[in-house]
Design a protein around this ligand. Structure first.
Ligand code: PLP
Length: 401
């Protein structure tokens, strides 16, 4: 195993940092060389800053073009998008929704916000996302079908959806997961919060954007994502009925009419404001360049880490396109206790020099709020969690300083 000092030096060499006094975040917003100011000025000049206006529909149209989705519904954030999507595929209070424990807490919270229970199933070591193999095994072990609905025989609750997460932007095994969901008749809401620009390989030059194999995909535009609208999210889907339903529930379920306020459901106020959409569009125009830079940054990290023992930069070995939202390293030491000590030493060193690195999110089934929720054996998630650290990954880190 190399020394923690050597890892710190590999990070600094990659990022061209000469001083011991830095201010490097994990993933930071960036608006230089974009039309952001011009578009924001337009919103302010015309007074259209709130949740309707031309930038919202423009942003939705451009997201459709970029992802290849037929429909898009822009919302106030990714968590809200997940909750809205889950509601529209039919998740109800008291249900269980299968997801992975290796994700940001928002995935499980969105399920809980509907009064449903996240049910955790282990991940695939290859892509750190929900494993199709464990999903299939878990359903065969605990689930049964009655009158077309799936139930958990251990809890008696209905299982009503699956939420795979494209962790760090790495496409999950969606084609396999889809087969299982079809077999059981369970809808899929993909947490593609981190996966704008990530695509699944189909064949030859054909790719499908993350979020579009399941019924609905949700992308986040939080401040630390690949592009940001300040706060925001978007649902993408090829299903018109679902898109209409999402839009309806996101706008207080108001029936379209010029002056009448008539609402046929208890809806939400989930729409993305115009000013946020304008900001997002300005970055969407340069996203190709950003993803290109991320791939260069990955290669540079690989170059400097290849000389070190006991640690590897995590690369996606599939034929999928990965946006590398966060670039990660994995420690290869089998002794998790030693790795833990080493990780903390490295974290200390990096923070002292103003370089932000980060362990993965605490596994959700180990949080007090989710510790009593249904789960499979989560050995791979536990093992991976203890060995992974995220590195500074902003594309602009490669700009000339
Ligand atoms: C960011 C994120 C979310 C939530 O998105 P917000 O826009 O911050 O609400 C959900 N899931 C994952 C995996 C995320 O990374």
């Amino acid at each position: 195993m190399c020394e923690s000092e050597e890892i710190l030096n590999a990070i600094k060499a990659t990022l061209n940092l000469k001083s011991e006094n830095n201010n490097i975040g994990l993933h930071e917003p960036y608006f230089k060389n974009t039309n952001a100011l011009r578009y924001l000025e337009d919103c302010i000049d015309y007074g259209w800053v709130s949740s309707s206006g031309k930038w919202v529909s423009k942003f939705e149209d451009e997201i459709c073009k970029y992802t290849g989705s037929r429909y898009a519904v822009a919302v106030t954030n990714g968590t809200v998008g997940l909750r809205l999507g889950l509601h529209c595929v039919g998740v109800k209070a008291g249900d269980e929704v299968i997801t992975s424990p290796f994700t940001f807490v928002a995935t499980a919270n969105a399920i809980s916000h509907l009064g449903a229970y996240p049910h955790f199933v282990d991940i695939d070591q290859k892509n750190l996302s929900l494993s199709s193999e464990f999903l299939s095994k878990r359903l065969r072990k605990i689930a049964y079908v009655k009158k077309g609905k799936v139930f958990n025989s251990e809890t008696g609750r209905r299982i009503s959806a699956i939420v795979p997460v494209h962790v760090f932007g790495m496409p999950a095994d969606l084609f396999e997961i889809k087969k299982i969901s079809d077999e059981w008749g369970l809808p899929i809401v993909e947490d593609a919060a981190e996966a704008l620009g990530s695509r699944h390989f189909v064949d030859n030059k054909v790719f499908i954007h993350s979020g579009l194999i399941g019924d609905i995909g949700v992308i986040s535009f939080n401040g630390n994502k690949l592009i940001t609208t300040g706060g925001g999210g978007i649902l993408i889907t090829n299903n018109k009925e679902l898109a209409d339903k999402c839009k309806h529930f996101s706008t207080t379920a108001k029936k379209q009419h010029r002056w009448e306020f008539d609402h046929d459901e208890i809806g939400w106020n989930d729409r993305m404001p115009n000013i946020n959409a304008a900001l997002g569009l300005a970055q969407l125009e340069v996203i190709g360049e950003r993803i290109h830079k991320k791939n260069l940054l990955l290669k540079k990290y690989q170059k400097f880490f290849s000389k070190l023992n006991g640690v590897e930069v995590i690369v996606d070995k599939s034929k999928n396109i990965n946006n590398y939202w966060l670039i990660n390293i994995r420690f290869l030491n089998e002794d998790n206790k030693k790795t833990e000590i080493f990780k903390n030493e490295l974290l200390e060193k990096c923070y002292r020099q103003g370089i932000m690195i980060r362990p993965a999110w605490k596994l959700l089934h180990t949080l007090e709020i989710y510790k009593n929720h249904p789960k499979s054996i989560l050995k791979i998630a536990e093992n991976e969690f203890s060995r992974i650290l995220s590195l500074p990954s902003s594309p602009q880190l490669l700009n000339d300083k």
